[in-house]
Design a protein around this ligand. Structure first.
Ligand SMILES: C[S@@+](CC[C@H](N)C(=O)[O-])C[C@H]1O[C@@H](n2cnc3c(N)ncnc32)[C@H](O)[C@@H]1O
Length: 205
């Protein structure tokens, strides 16, 4: 890559990048990307000595993430990347300083599935750790989405997603006993879909 920023950060989510710029994750050491895909959000962490793990239901995605890890951080164990489902992750409780879950939770089948994934993400986070979630919401496009049941909606862009709203996210934040380390922020993409960033910190014990 000729672009040095892209070489350093990869095709990183702009809101993960924002937290890197703010230094939020500077003192983290162990990172899990839950639903990592090919690993676009882990370049920086791999290149900067973090211990990085990933899980994804898609075996091809995990092969890509392993290859990326081997290329950028030969000392990071490729065995840290596993094929599996977020809702029944094999990782020990309270393992990670940072858990990233970007563009995954809106694939929930229903509220039970959403809550299973959320509980699993929270379980593997250590006290004081950060959970970074990016997910689809109806915030700002409430009138434009159409319910198809089980918390899922048809969006103006033609996709079907499990959607949350501000009140739901605030409710889960309280129920988990979490702190927001960044206000809930939403990007409205031409009224076709809205993507919300939900940043939770687990309190120290
Ligand atoms: C839109 S991609 C996002 C990938 C990556 N997080 C990113 O931001 O580029 C969604 C990913 O979530 C994975 N996924 C969806 N539901 C999952 C689940 N329940 N458990 C594990 N992976 C899941 C898919 O296989 C896919 O790789």
């Amino acid at each position: 890559m000729n672009n040095t920023i892209a070489a350093a950060f990869g095709n990183i989510d702009i809101y993960v990048f924002d937290q890197l710029l703010k230094g939020t994750f500077d003192h983290c050491r162990t990172v899990l990307d839950a639903g990592c895909g090919g690993g676009r959000n882990i370049h920086y962490f791999l290149k900067n000595g973090y211990e990085v793990s990933g899980i994804d239901a898609d075996a091809n995605a995990i092969e890509q993430a392993k290859a990326l890890s081997g290329q950028l951080a030969p000392n990071n164990l490729t065995a840290n990347f596993v094929v599996g489902r977020v809702e029944d992750m094999p990782f020990e409780a309270a393992t990670f300083d940072l858990v990233i879950c970007s563009a995954v939770l809106h694939f929930a089948r229903d509220t039970d599935h959403f809550e299973q994934m959320l509980q699993a993400l929270w379980r593997v986070l250590r006290p004081g750790g950060y959970l970074f979630v990016r997910l689809a919401s109806d915030i700002g496009i409430e009138e434009l989405v159409q319910s198809i049941g089980n918390g899922r909606y048809l969006l103006p862009d033609g996709t079907e997603r499990y959607l949350v709203n501000q009140q739901v996210l605030v409710g889960y934040t309280r129920a988990l006993g979490a702190e927001l380390y960044e206000p809930i922020k939403t990007t409205n993409v031409s009224n076709l879909r809205c993507m919300t960033t939900w940043c939770l910190r687990k309190k120290q014990e």
